[in-house]
Design a binder for this molecule. Structure first.
Ligand code: 1HE
Length: 265
């Protein structure tokens, strides 16, 4: 596959390729277990900022035996408090571009998905795990704290209590446990994650852009509102979506027996 149209200048720790309307971003530093250094985080931000208009979804995956070993610990040792805050801000900006960017993102997880690697995964909209995946927050044992948005993005997925347990005791969750507690919504055999993730990303890319926008940008915000505000926001978003030409065309297709049915998978 080529990287045609994907214009971001990526560091060697990242690789991009295109599969039709899906852009694939691979963590490409297997010799360091896809540890995330500053260059990589900046590359991720640039990739998501410069996605071509015709990309409808992104797939993130990791090369080698592990999705990601998290923060590159070699970069940690010289930082003072002020630099630490700036560093965390760098991660926050990059991962915000994933969660609240232009198009939905699917993450394929395998091997270690730990620390900042889990925070990266939590920024995606759909997570697919291979059976080899496992999840940990080793920050506790390293004397540090999550800094890539984990405090904000992980509790809605697994709850504050489980995140506390992971950080305080070093508890690791297996792929099966991760699936059961809500870290992932798909669990597939080893080696099958990429194909499953790509299939899902292609399906997502075929949705009406306004629907994808509403799911990415309105749904998580409505979930944080009071019920009354949430219902008002939902009424507005649904009326905007249904007034769009794309919705009208898709409804017409269904009513004229051309559109897909909502059948069992
Ligand atoms: C690294 C890193 C890293 C590996 N930073 N270099 N993350 C962690 O605490 C996890 C640390 N890593 C590990 O526990 C293990 O490496 C793994 C379980 C992921 C994989 O084990 P293994 O046996 O396959 O590999 P390895 O021999 O440990 O590592 C291979 C190389 O990658 C080695 O370098 P080499 O030059 O000696 O070959 C390792 O030093 C290097 N490597 N992980 C730097 N993380 C925004 S805040 C987020 C805070 C966090 O993410 S904290 C969690 C950090």
């Amino acid at each position: 596959m080529s990287s045609k149209g994907l214009t971001a200048q990526l560091p060697s720790s990242l690789a991009a390729e295109r599969h039709g309307s899906v852009a694939v971003l691979k963590l490409n530093r297997p010799q360091k277990r896809n540890a995330l250094d500053d260059e990589t985080i900046i590359g991720i931000e640039q990739f998501f900022t410069s996605l071509p208009e015709d990309i409808g979804a992104v797939l993130i995956a990791g090369d080698g035996e592990h999705f990601s070993a998290g923060l590159d610990l070699t970069e940690l040792k010289e930082r003072n408090v002020t630099q630490g805050i700036a560093h965390s801000g760098l991660w926050h900006r990059a991962f915000d571009k994933i969660q609240f960017g232009k198009v939905p993102v699917v993450a394929v997880l395998h091997g270690a998905v730990v620390g900042g690697g889990l925070e990266l995964a939590a920024s995606a909209h759909v997570r697919v795990a291979e059976r080899s995946a496992y999840y940990a927050l080793p920050e506790g044992s390293r004397g540090i704290y999550v800094g890539g948005g984990g405090s904000v993005r992980l509790p809605p997925l697994i709850g504050v209590a489980r995140m506390m347990d992971m950080m305080l005791t070093g508890r690791t969750y297996s792929a099966e446990e991760g699936q059961a507690i809500g870290l992932t919504t798909y669990l597939v055999e080893n080696g099958k994650g990429f194909a499953k993730g790509l299939e899902l990303a292609q399906r997502i890319a075929g949705n009406a852009p306004l629907t994808n926008f509403a799911v990415m940008h309105a749904l998580p915000r409505i979930a944080q509102m009071s019920p009354a505000s949430g219902l008002a926001m939902e009424a507005l978003i649904s009326s905007i979506a249904q007034a769009d030409g794309e919705a009208k065309a898709r409804l017409k297709d269904f009513l004229e027996k051309r559109g897909p049915k909502a059948t069992r998978d």
